[in-house]
Design a protein around this ligand. Structure first.
Ligand SMILES: Nc1ncnc2c1ncn2[C@@H]1O[C@H](COP(=O)(O)OP(=O)(O)OP(=O)(O)O)[C@@H](O)[C@H]1O
Length: 245
């Protein structure tokens, strides 16, 4: 389907206690696109990701995933999630790269089931896709931050999601590894057709990697093509809003 919407956020509002964090948000994500979400600290970016992932419920409005109402949506293996490394896993845990990536299949096969050859192949393939095959038996805690983050991508894609949501995935990853991280993202998009939604403070990375941009500050202040955003951002959004730009 041309321009198929895989995520639609319609008139969504959310508040924690008394603070309104998201105010009547409208946006949609087309299959195969790379949407970058930027905005100042505390502007509701992570909250919006949690709403998409069903970890929070909107107070108002609705979210559609693959054209289905989120409240009825059951196929969560179609959506992968990678967060900041520091928050996503206890890296002191003595699991190998293979075991960490295998844990991404538990939703599909049940926690204590034996892995069938098919699953082993899927795990190996995901590790190959992120260029970490030579580390397959290495303990996760013995890897660099950038390598760990690649393993977390493999864990997120092992169940073959159609959408990958990334919340500040390059925090704590050094510049050289950040580049190879984005190469992996682009190959997921181009070779597997995975739709990418990424929250980042790294505005330069968003401008060079994403094709669409949302500037969020409780409301959607900009939503459109990345080239259009480059033209308007100097005049419409103060640099003070971007501590890292
Ligand atoms: N669990 C919570 N309970 C109460 N308030 C919260 C909670 N989580 C976030 N908030 C508040 O909601 C607002 C939006 O937070 P959110 O984490 O979504 O912003 P963000 O844009 O991702 O911020 P940052 O760029 O700093 O990561 C902030 O004012 C924050 O303090």
């Amino acid at each position: 389907m041309i321009n198929e919407k895989v995520i639609e956020i319609k008139n969504v509002s959310f508040q924690y206690d008394r603070e309104i964090v998201l105010d009547h948000i409208h946006l949609s994500v087309s299959r195969g696109s790379f949407l970058g979400i930027v905005g100042p600290n505390g502007s509701g970016k992570s909250t919006l990701m949690k709403l998409i992932l069903g970890l929070l419920r909107p107070d108002e409005g609705e979210i559609l995933l693959f054209q289905e109402q989120q409240s009825k949506f059951k196929h969560w293996e179609r959506i992968g999630f990678v967060s900041q490394k520091a928050n996503s896993f206890n890296t002191g845990f003595p699991a190998t790269v293979f075991e960490v990536v295998a844990s991404g299949l538990t939703g599909k096969i049940g926690l204590f089931r034996f892995l069938r050859p098919k699953h082993k192949r899927e795990i190996i393939q995901a590790i190959e896709q992120v260029g970490m095959i030579e580390f397959i038996n290495r303990k996760i805690g013995e890897l660099s931050g950038g390598q760990q983050q690649r393993v977390f991508i493999a864990r997120a894609i092992v169940s073959r999601p159609e959408i990958l949501i990334l919340d500040e995935p390059t925090v704590g990853v050094d510049a050289k590894n950040v580049q190879s991280f984005y190469k992996i993202l682009q190959s997921l998009k181009e070779q597997l057709g995975i739709t990418l939604v990424m929250v980042s403070h790294d505005i330069d990375a968003i401008l060079s990697e994403a094709d669409h941009v949302v500037y969020l500050n409780k409301r959607v202040q900009f939503y459109g093509d990345v080239e259009e955003y480059k033209n308007v951002r100097g005049e419409r959004f103060s640099l003070a809003d971007h501590p890292d730009s």
